[in-house]
Ligand binder design. Structure first.
Ligand SMILES: NC(=O)c1ccc[n+]([C@@H]2O[C@H](COP(=O)([O-])OP(=O)(O)OC[C@H]3O[C@@H](n4cnc5c(N)ncnc54)[C@H](O)[C@@H]3O)[C@@H](O)[C@H]2O)c1
Length: 283
């Protein structure tokens, strides 16, 4: 189906977006379809994936839902085969899904960490992405080029007191990105990763809206006047999926309001300096 709403930056490209039933992936599916892509909305949440694909079709986009469990290699194999059966090939793989439901209170500091939680997060978030790439490459080779976009996280860049498995899996995604870029660059198959910082999705909006809550605290550590939204990540993914980024591969690109570019104590230092100047001015 031809789409005339956007600028057709992805005209005719067949794209898989995993985890596209909700959050950032759902927004990205809408943005890609608006730009003329044929979008496979892949998710373990079948009803959510069907609903999102139907929403896209209702606005004249081209989308189909496929159920996938990234923890199961056969299921990933069926996702790739299903995509080729529906749309005749594969141009872009966006590994957006992660086992976010296992993060939070389950994914603790190493000493308390349940090994099963570690294994499940690694299996879904890191191994799942690797298997999807492994199976996508032969299909991209048939097209003569391709773009793989992995979603990493700002959590992968430094240590923290919790989310151990999630962050280590995402650090693995970063290096996997570079390995795939090296191994397939000469074939025209590119691989890049996006490192989102805090992105406020419909599921987390209420938590971050509270004036004294974690949103306000996080904003102090951003260089921008606002926190991130799904479109910020979707727009970067759009660029990486399109031929506009043809010369870009092996990159880990932060979409985080500059929060990974600032020294961790900067916000506190600014406040201390303000107090110091006020006190000095008072004497
Ligand atoms: N929201 C943020 O602040 C933020 C920050 C950094 C990185 N990220 C990353 O961005 C991506 C999207 O995050 P989000 O906030 O939209 O999360 P989300 O929880 O809204 O979406 C994750 C999606 O993945 C799907 N999923 C989970 N397990 C799956 C499995 N086994 N097989 C297939 N699908 C599965 C879920 O059903 C869900 O639709 C994730 O990779 C996440 O780690 C998000």
């Amino acid at each position: 189906m031809t789409n005339h709403i956007g600028k057709n930056r992805l005209a005719g490209k067949v794209v898989i977006i995993t985890g596209a039933a909700s959050g950032i992936g759902a927004t990205t599916a809408e943005v890609f379809a608006r730009e003329g892509a044929k979008v496979i909305v892949a998710d373990i949440n079948s009803d959510g994936a069907e609903a999102q694909a139907a929403k896209i079709r209702a606005t004249n986009g081209d989308a189909c839902a496929l159920t996938v469990d990234l923890g199961e290699p056969e299921s990933i194999c069926a996702m790739i085969a299903g995509t080729v059966e529906i749309y005749g090939g594969l141009d872009v793989l966006h590994n957006n899904a992660a086992a976010t439901h296992l993060a939070g209170t389950h994914d603790t500091a190493v000493e308390m960490l349940d090994i099963k939680v570690w294994d499940d997060i690694m299996r879904i978030t890191l191994r799942g992405a690797m298997i999807a790439i492994k199976l996508a490459i032969p299909e991209m080779r048939k097209r003569g080029k391709g773009s793989i976009i992995n979603t990493s996280s700002a959590s992968s860049l430094a240590g923290a007191s919790s989310f151990t498995s999630y962050a280590v899996a995402k650090a693995g995604i970063n290096l996997l990105t570079e390995y795939v870029a090296v191994q397939h660059g000469k074939e025209g198959i590119r691989c890049n990763a996006i490192c989102p910082g805090l992105i406020v999705t419909p599921a987390t909006a209420a938590t971050y809206a509270a004036p004294d809550g974690p949103g306000a605290m996080m904003l102090r550590h951003h260089l921008t006047p606002r926190l991130g939204k799904p479109d910020d990540v979707a727009n970067m993914a759009l660029f990486l999926a399109s031929d506009e980024s043809e010369f870009i591969t092996g990159q880990i690109i932060a979409v985080d309001g500059g929060s990974s570019s600032v020294q961790p104590f900067n916000a506190d230092m600014q406040e201390m300096m303000k107090k110091f100047v006020t006190q000095k001015g008072a004497h």
